[in-house]
Design a protein. Structure first.
Length: 409
């Protein structure tokens, strides 16, 4: 039931580190854990359980899931999310909180791969949901079997493997019954207020329709998407300068239209330090406008496009950092903890050797300054005191599968 190619990609990326299983205690993730124990051995695995703390009994379920792992010899940690009174607790917010907690835990533990138990049924449901939302063909490629964790900067350098995308939900439960293994049924999986539950019921009621047809269609589109990503990465490597200031050279910016659109989309996310890339639907018009000779400058999605000598220069938009009268306020200062890496504006990793430092927005070329007590340092001055690492190249790598971009763990 485990996809062999995904397992091979996972092991090549992970090296000799343990794989971290995202364990909910439900049938899919418990089956994944059993299968990975049989494949890799318990010593190569760790598990993490996230208690979303959104319903009565969730803490008991988390402890029970921890027991499932312990029974197989897999070390497991329970992480409990906390929520403020006004905080959004919808499914998407819970998903982002879950991934953030798991990635933070993986980083602290020195782990670089998370294994998640998305199934063929999840894939079919995702394709339907994205089609209903008017997604482009890239969205209809569905869930990627091997990618970086879907958030930035928390997910930087951490791969997300989904080796069960070819397995059906009921097939996994039949396997668990044969193993005489228990699992937990989450009542949220039958709550029709959630779109995925409604789509699941819709697919069940389609007489004579095999959801695997959607899974196979998504796999074909995934292959096309991966090929587009590889071509976009190649274009960026020969036609763009990547750094705190990035640029596109007009003379080298030659590639098929979709490749140029994808390359610009990823480069913009890197320049803005954004977790999400600009909408694909806007990229064709934008790419044509900002890369034509004679473009006088513009802004889009937190990026400032400025004409340069040999092309177009991409900078972080000033108003996105310093604030606007009619828009968002300035970015809040970032307090640093000694010897702990923190990320400013999704664009700059900063490590301070001692306490008392903070990162603040500033009206200078880098839009950032550094303070300790009464001291105030510009970027170039701070390089002698702090460890500073621009993240544009890492953000570009994050947009592509780890083995497409040949990133190193």
């Amino acid at each position: 039931m485990l996809d062999r190619l995904t397992i091979e990609r996972t092991l090549a990326w992970t090296g000799d580190r343990p794989v971290l299983i995202a364990l909910s205690g439900g049938g899919d993730s418990v089956a994944l854990m059993h299968l990975l124990v049989a494949e890799l051995g318990a010593a190569r695995l760790r598990a993490v359980i996230v208690d979303h703390a959104l319903r009565e009994g969730s803490a008991d379920d988390a402890r029970r899931a921890q027991g499932f792992a312990s029974a197989l010899g897999v070390g497991a940690k329970v992480l409990t999310l906390s929520w403020t009174e006004s905080e959004n607790r919808a499914q998407q917010a819970a998903r982002e909180g879950r991934y953030r907690a798991i990635c933070d835990y993986a980083r602290v533990q020195g782990l670089n791969t998370i294994a998640a138990a998305h199934t063929a049924d999840d894939q079919a449901e995702t394709v339907v949901m994205r089609a209903a939302a008017g997604s482009t063909w890239r969205g209809l490629a569905g869930i990627a079997p091997f990618a970086f964790a879907p958030l930035w900067p928390e997910g930087r350098g951490i791969a997300l493997a989904r080796p069960l995308l070819g397995a059906r939900r009921e097939e996994l439960r039949a396997y668990l019954r044969a193993q005489r293994a228990d699992w937990i049924e989450d009542p949220a999986n039958e709550n029709p207020k959630h779109e995925r539950v409604r789509v699941r019921q819709f697919l069940r009621e389609l007489a004579g329709f095999d959801p695997m047809r959607l899974v196979r269609a998504a796999a074909r589109l995934r292959a096309r998407s991966d090929a587009l990503d590889a071509a976009a990465l190649e274009l960026l490597s020969r036609a763009a300068t990547i750094g705190y200031v990035s640029a596109i050279r007009h003379a080298d910016w030659a590639a098929p239209r979709e490749v140029r659109r994808r390359a610009l989309q990823v480069l913009m996310a890197a320049v803005a330090g954004a977790s999400r890339e600009p909408p694909w639907s806007e990229m064709e018009t934008l790419e044509r406008r900002v890369t034509r000779h004679g473009h006088r400058g513009s802004t889009h999605s937190g990026v400032d496009f400025t004409p340069g000598t040999h092309g177009i220069v991409l900078l972080r938009e000033l108003g996105a950092v310093l604030g606007r009268r009619d828009g968002p306020p300035p970015l809040a200062p970032l307090q640093l903890v000694a010897n702990e890496e923190a990320v400013w504006d999704g664009r700059l990793a900063v490590t301070a050797p001692d306490s008392g430092w903070r990162v603040v927005p500033a009206h200078n070329g880098e839009l950032v300054a550094f303070e300790q007590g009464a001291g105030h340092l510009q970027y170039r001055e701070a390089k002698a005191r702090l460890k500073l690492r621009p993240l544009a190249a890492e953000r570009i790598a994050h947009a592509f599968a780890p083995d497409i971009n040949r990133a190193k763990p």
